[in-house]
Design a protein around this ligand. Structure first.
Ligand code: GLN
Length: 464
């Protein structure tokens, strides 16, 4: 990493921004911040001269944090998220806040108060989507203006845009990276993830951020982390599972061909490949869209115009307290509020919400039966003959254009929910999962048991 490279990257931002709408805020002081690091020659920090894009739902003290929502217009956090503090201490300069689907709700990067992000792998005039919700993080990395980016993944929001932009996108095990200062969408699923153009950068950033944080009640304890380390094995021969529930006849032929080539390559290297079955995968989409809006609706209740961001004048004038302010949420967030309230209302709570929680446990049990690494949290018995990692596709199709997505959504807003069908099961079980590029605008997912992040990272280098 050199200051020269970093400065020349910064110079490309205005053009990339005008074409692809990657950032919600560009840090105009980034070059002077880089230069001040350069003067401080004693500071040999691990990420010196690296530039990062930070998804706009991760709090930053010196730049607005808006979740790409009008409701948080101009909101300045009084503190940095723990992941941001760790990066700044390590010498990273933040190039800007990355565009996203409002509050992380979406999979195409089109639901932003700042307008859609487009995919830098294509001519901007084609208006091809970059995927979402971490659309700007993926596009910033793919366009080469930053070394890495932070995103968040609740149901696929790091892995799907990574796939559409041919970048690496890593969603670590739930609880590994601190959520302190990460604005909640659905707290039992939200995970900070890392995008980069190569695995070594993912490794460096992940290892730096992989720390217990007492400010995050869901951060994994030191004790658990030691347990994971003692259980992690460096294996010469990996047992690789191909879950049958993730295969779909309708995926593009290129996807199937790439997957077959990867499997053949792994077998040639001496790894063993097995078909596996995770029957509950069929429930994942329904579980996710029952639980995540229910959590979201509680998290979004704090945006009443009193403490944060935007407040409509008419809130006070016409006496309908909060309604005009809360009408500033975009249409997709409003959909989720309706869905979440419905799932929590007394009639559907038992039939939907409780049932979804039970089915989530069943899904975890299914994965526990298939992996050889134990699930320390569930305490289920270990399958000594299980697999170490699994492979699946990340997306069901190539990225389409903005106009196509809008027209699909207009027909039925639920049409685009299906895009996350391959990514949601791992979110519901907190599994570490990486999208590895497998071709132009598509990738495959490599995933493992909760806590087995480092073996997974090693396995990814076998595929890359
Ligand atoms: N597309 C999914 C949703 O809208 C996942 C989003 C995410 O991971 N943040 O909920």
């Amino acid at each position: 990493m050199s200051i020269k490279t970093a400065l020349s990257r910064l110079q490309q931002i205005p053009e990339i921004q005008s074409r692809y709408n990657v950032f919600t805020y560009v840090n105009e002081r980034a070059s002077s911040q880089l230069e001040s690091i350069d003067k401080n020659t004693t500071a040999d920090k691990p990420l010196n001269y690296t530039l990062a894009a930070i998804k706009d739902n991760i709090a930053t003290k010196n730049m607005p944090s808006t979740c790409a929502s009008k409701i948080l217009d101009g909101y300045m956090s009084p503190f940095d998220a723990t992941v941001v503090s760790l990066l700044l201490e390590a010498g990273t300069v933040i190039a800007g806040k990355a565009n996203m689907d409002e509050f992380g709700m979406g999979s195409a990067g089109i639901h932003s108060h700042f307008g859609p992000t487009f995919n830098p792998l294509f001519d901007h005039k084609d208006r091809v989507i970059a995927g979402g919700s971490s659309s700007g993080s993926a596009a910033a990395v793919a366009s080469g203006v930053v070394d890495f980016a932070l995103g968040t993944d609740t149901g696929g929001s790091v892995r799907l845009p990574a796939s559409y932009t041919s970048t690496f996108g890593f969603k670590p095990s739930y609880g590994r990276l601190s959520r302190h200062g990460v604005i909640s969408y659905a707290q039992s699923l939200d995970t900070v993830g890392v995008f980069a153009n190569d695995l070594s950068m993912i490794d460096r950033v992940f290892s730096l951020l992989d720390k217990h944080d007492k400010k995050d009640p869901t951060s994994l304890s030191e004790e658990l982390r030691h347990k994971f380390t003692s259980l992690t094995t460096k294996r010469k021969t990996l047992r690789i599972g191909i879950p049958e529930e993730f295969s779909q006849e309708s995926v593009p032929a290129e996807f199937r061909a790439a997957m077959t080539a990867i499997i053949k390559r792994l077998m040639k290297k001496g790894h063993e490949v097995y078909p596996v079955s995770i029957p509950s995968v069929k429930n994942a989409l329904s579980i996710y869209y029952t639980l995540s809006p229910a959590e979201a609706v509680s998290n979004l209740s704090r945006y009443d115009g009193v403490r944060y961001g935007y407040r409509a004048e008419s809130d006070v004038e016409d006496g309908t307290l909060f309604t005009p302010t809360r009408s500033a949420f975009g249409p997709e967030v409003q959909n989720r509020i309706i869905l979440g309230n419905y799932n929590l209302c007394s009639e559907s709570f038992k039939n939907n919400y409780i049932k979804a929680q039970k089915l989530r446990v069943q899904l975890i049990n299914d994965f526990d039966r298939a992996f050889r690494f134990p699930n320390v949290l569930s305490g289920n018995s270990v399958n000594k003959d299980g697999v170490d990692i699994m492979l699946s596709l990340t997306s069901t199709s190539f990225p389409t254009t903005y106009d196509e997505v809008v027209s699909e959504e207009n027909k039925n807003p639920l049409n685009t929910y299906i895009n996350d069908i391959f990514t949601m099961p791992m979110s519901l079980c907190g599994l570490p999962t990486m999208t590895v590029p497998a071709g132009h605008a598509f990738g495959i997912q490599v995933f493992s048991q909760h806590g087995n992040d480092y073996e997974l990272l090693d396995a990814c280098s076998e595929i890359d």
